[in-house]
Ligand binder design. Sequence first.
Ligand code: MN3
Length: 202
Amino acid sequence: MAFELPKLPYAYNALEPYIDARTMEIHHSKHHQGYTNNLNNAIAGTDLENKSILEILSGLDMNNKAVRNNGGGYYNHDLFWKVMAPNAGGEPTGDLASAINDAFGSFEAFKDTFSKAAATQFGSGWAWLNVHKGGKVDVCSTPNQDNPLMPGVDCQGTPILGLDVWEHAYYLNYQNRRPDYINAFFNVINWDEVTARYEAGK
Ligand code: MN3
């Protein structure tokens, strides 16, 4: 079964003014479609062909650059679209709020740590909020399309929130102002989705 480009759960313009429609359209219909096609090409005729994306990533041969880059790109963007929503933002509640307070001291301190991880990731990559068995959370960043599910990546865990800091994610609207894009992202975080992933992963 070939992988298919996941549908966006909202319209291209739904996240404006924080993320513009043109960026969303190119990002989803060109970039994510490209990772999907290239992943399918990379696994065609191999023993990865009938595995789930989680099986592929957790058992990944990190020297297999085509699967690493495109399998990561396929998974990371699927998570990214789902952890955003229109009329979202604010702060989490319940167990996830408690875990964030335990790890960082406050939501504001978490926001600061996550924003720094996203801003200081050199070149292209992602910032992550991860959950670990037992419910602890932490923040890290990865280069390129790596993610915390891949073996040997510096930051390990189950990602429950991810922010794409490749220039293709923000350049049309924000040019070189990555910190403004990061700040805007907090207005579209779908904490209901992040909380569901926290509960499933803890
Ligand atoms: Mn991207």
